[in-house]
Design a protein around this ligand. Sequence first.
Ligand code: 5GP
Ligand code: MN
Length: 338
Amino acid sequence: MIKEDITEIEQLLATPKCIVIVPHKNPDGDAIGSSLGLYLYLTKLNHNVHVIAPNDYPDFLKWMPQETSVLKYEQDKSMANDLIAQAQIIFTLDFNALKRVDEMATPLEASSAIKIMIDHHQQPEDYAKYRYSDTSMSSTCEMIYNFIEMLGDDDSIDEEIATCLYTGIMTDTGSFRYPSTTSKTHHVIANLMDRGANNAEIHNAIYDTNSPERLQLLGCALKNLKVIPELRTAYITLSQDELNQFNFKKGDTEGFVNYGLSIENILFAAIFIEHKQEGIVKISLRSKGDFSVNEFARAHFDGGGHTNAAGGKSDLNLKDTVEKFISILPRYKNALNS
Ligand code: 5GP
Ligand code: MN
């Protein structure tokens, strides 16, 4: 983000404004962490702020500071539409294409508010007046930290803000192990701990609150794991029946795809999860090295994301989706073996 933009945003924020903050659909730790971190910061500056998520998110995020203030568009459209229509500034966080908020795209497009995008995904769209887009960033939460720092306000980062930002950096970096984790990320984390983020408590709240059913669902997923060694690929399927059998709740399959990637010599992993209600198969893709799952998801599964973590969907049934995947793979043989 250039200095002139920061100066202009600083002027915008100099007087109280009606502000709406929007994370992407099916928000994850980074989306909710960045939204709540920014919400807490802007509220401190006396703005009238609302976080509106397109839909609900997993229970393991529901301990976060001020989490109960988040509105879900799906559950309260008329109030959300009013807030969006009244907003003077709209921040869109952790996504860069309006289709990532589904039907919420319509009121956002209609709104005359000044839009500010803060995001670390590839190929950003052009809907925002101000765009802080940096694909080298570990997470949107790290960018929110930088944003507050660029505004010269890092002293206002208190324990609650630090907790939110720590959470999103931790979840988006796989607890600081993905290549997107830089020394700068660790400096930011150190500062957040100095400001009160409790690393052990946050880790516990996110990762050590499994239900027995969730672990049994993981067992089922791992049983379904298939490996294609010559293409260095592993994939998992979960049917709606299997999800039902283990009393599936939102977020239960988070992280499952990574097990495929933990196999020796595997550098491409996928999980296919049947969503009967939506009539789609949701797909998560992960890779190691230069193999771009962002490109793969864009080319074949109406999705996108980052080089090493992306998602998409398929309108085919589960079996046909997997068959399509397997039939496409050989085209990538060289890339997967280089
Ligand atoms: P996940 O597989 O954990 O849902 O998502 C991995 C990454 O890809 C995240 O950064 C997420 O925002 C992005 N992503 C997931 N699904 C989609 C999708 O359908 N479209 C696009 N453009 N990005 C996605
Ligand atoms: Mn993110």
